[in-house]
Design a protein around this ligand. Structure first.
Ligand SMILES: Nc1nc2c(ncn2[C@@H]2O[C@H](COP(=O)(O)OP(=O)(O)OP(=O)(O)O)[C@@H](O)[C@H]2O)c(=O)[nH]1
Ligand SMILES: [Mg+2]
Length: 195
């Protein structure tokens, strides 16, 4: 099987053998193709091969999901990480749906630290030459904790992300969620607890 992969290279992705999921791991290891791609339909896989043959670029981009009950402090945590002022943090309102904060941090592996990307850095990056090394970046998703949003949130949940679960430590896990904070009446979440 490895011979076939080595012979066909990327064309193995559109070859009929891909319908056998047992070779997916080998293709992933030998060609570095993400396993999700191998499950796409024929047309999408053909498109992938066409684009990949034109050339590839390595991008270091992580995604983090901030999840938790309404009013737990998700947006406040995000603002604190961004180094926002107390004044700005006091203005935080309950998040509607979800907010995507794209590439707001740069990651430094050596020091295991994050740095907020400033507009100065964004401008510099826009002007950067092709030879510059791309920074490793982090995007954060700030989910609205109201239960009305849960059904659509599922679209965004992926295993290719890390999750931060925020809890209000002043609440007991067996305590019913405050209706003032999260309106769950008449929904399947009616009477649910912080746990
Ligand atoms: N005492 C205290 N209050 C906090 C803390 N974090 C957040 N709050 C307050 O809790 C309330 C809700 O905070 P948010 O950050 O909006 O909570 P959220 O989880 O984003 O809420 P949704 O967007 O509705 O899901 C605000 O009034 C915050 O000021 C904290 O660490 N300590
Ligand atoms: Mg919020």
């Amino acid at each position: 099987m490895n011979d076939l992969i080595d012979k066909l290279q990327l064309d193995i992705i559109t070859h009929c053998t891909v319908s056998d999921w047992r070779i997916h791991d080998r293709i992933r290891q030998r060609l570095g193709v993400p396993r999700e791609v191998l499950k796409w339909d024929q047309e999408a896989r053909e498109r992938y091969v066409e684009y990949a043959k034109r050339g590839t670029q390595t991008v270091h981009h992580a995604r983090g999901m901030i999840v938790g009950c309404a009013g737990a402090g998700k947006t406040t945590l995000l603002k604190r990480l961004q180094g926002c002022s107390d004044e700005e943090i006091e203005k935080v309102k309950s998040t509607e749906g979800l907010e995507v904060h794209e590439e707001i941090f740069e990651l430094y592996e050596e020091t295991k630290s994050l740095k907020v990307r400033t507009s100065y850095m964004d401008n510099r990056n826009n002007e950067k030459k092709a030879t510059d090394i791309e920074p490793k970046t982090l995007t954060l998703f700030d989910f609205g904790g109201q239960c009305a949003y849960y059904a659509c949130h599922q679209i965004y949940l992926t295993r290719r992300a890390f999750y931060v679960v925020v809890v209000d430590a002043s609440k007991r896990l067996n305590q019913k969620v405050d209706k003032e904070v999260c309106d769950q009446d008449g929904s399947v979440f009616s009477g649910w607890t912080y746990g």
